[in-house]
Ligand binder design. Structure first.
Ligand code: NAP
Length: 264
């Protein structure tokens, strides 16, 4: 199936590692021109090298950007527009907010999560909008979490703030649909990335077990019997970016191996 991504211009946030990097690599393999953003220049350069190693000739550019910063996001969009003269696809992604319970977080943590995980979606989508509405395959895809369906214990910031993105995307799908722009959310379940590996390693140390034991136990709780890999989530994002996904908008699609129990 030709996803009609060849030559399309995509901005992928949080793309030096994990789900963002897998998405950038897959988009590049489909022939898209990709701008990858993250805070750390050195890991961004390593990400570019690894994409080019896998996808010879990939047209990939790195722009250091903190998604919590309005000025950085403006610069990201400006740099993309100057380099490619178009923006077709925006993948709103950044790191998750820190773990903790209600009484462990003061205002600065709440405001940080708000900036990084909700205002980033508002700001990047808004800055890219003049370009998106010129595209005949315009896509906004936000990475959230299964926490929007079932709150995750110990992740109150994520549980609260990500629901804002759910409401934002549903509203935007109605406001921007007439301009040919689809807006969707992808919610990963447990996916083995650099964010999750240290959590499982810490659990293994604390319980005197091996990493493999802890990982196997977590995998058993998932109906498919395995933890997700970044490519599992990336494949859904890439499909939503495709021409074939033109009728899918305003949705939150979980990639969790069936682990979430909520029916809707
Ligand atoms: P990851 O492997 O830790 O990668 C995070 C990426 O985002 C890195 O490239 C990181 O680079 C970048 N990043 C972090 N904060 C950023 C910021 N403020 N501005 C720009 N870039 C930023 O994470 P992941 O597992 O792929 O997770 C991606 C998203 O999915 C997160 O929001 C996470 O909470 C969510 N999610 C993940 C899972 C899972 O099991 N993995 C489950 C549910 C939801 P720098 O640090 O250099 O900026």
């Amino acid at each position: 199936m030709d996803l009609r991504l060849s030559g399309r211009v995509a901005i992928v946030g949080g793309a030096s590692k994990g789900i963002g990097l897998a998405t950038a690599r897959m988009l590049a393999a489909e022939g898209a021109r990709v701008v990858i953003a993250a805070r750390t220049a050195a890991t961004l350069e390593a990400a570019i090298a690894s994409i080019r190693a896998d996808v010879p000739g990939a047209d990939v550019v790195a722009v250091p950007c903190d998604m919590a910063s309005a000025a950085d996001i403006e610069r990201l969009v400006q740099t993309t527009a100057e380099r490619f003269g178009a923006i077709d696809i925006v993948v709103n992604n950044a790191g998750g907010p820190p773990p903790g319970t209600f009484e462990q977080h003061a205002d600065d943590a709440w405001l940080g999560a708000f900036d990084q995980n909700l205002m980033s979606v508002v700001r990047l989508t808004r800055a890219a909008l003049p370009w998106l509405q010129r595209s005949d395959q315009a896509r906004v895809i936000n990475i959230t979490s299964t926490a929007v369906r079932e709150p995750i214990e110990g992740l109150i910031l994520s549980n609260a703030v990500r629901l804002g993105t759910t409401g934002l995307a549903k509203t935007l799908s109605k406001e921007l649909g007439p301009r040919g722009i689809t807006v969707n959310n992808v919610g990963p379940g447990l996916t083995l990335t650099g964010r999750i590996r240290p959590v499982l390693e810490a659990q293994a140390r604390a319980s005197g077990r091996t990493f493999d034991d802890v990982a196997a136990e977590r995998a058993e709780r998932i109906p498919t019997g395995r933890m997700g890999e970044p490519e599992d989530v990336a494949a859904m994002i890439v499909f939503l970016a495709s021409a074939q996904a033109r009728q899918v908008s305003g949705q939150t699609i979980l990639v969790d191996g069936g682990a979430t129990s909520a029916s809707l």
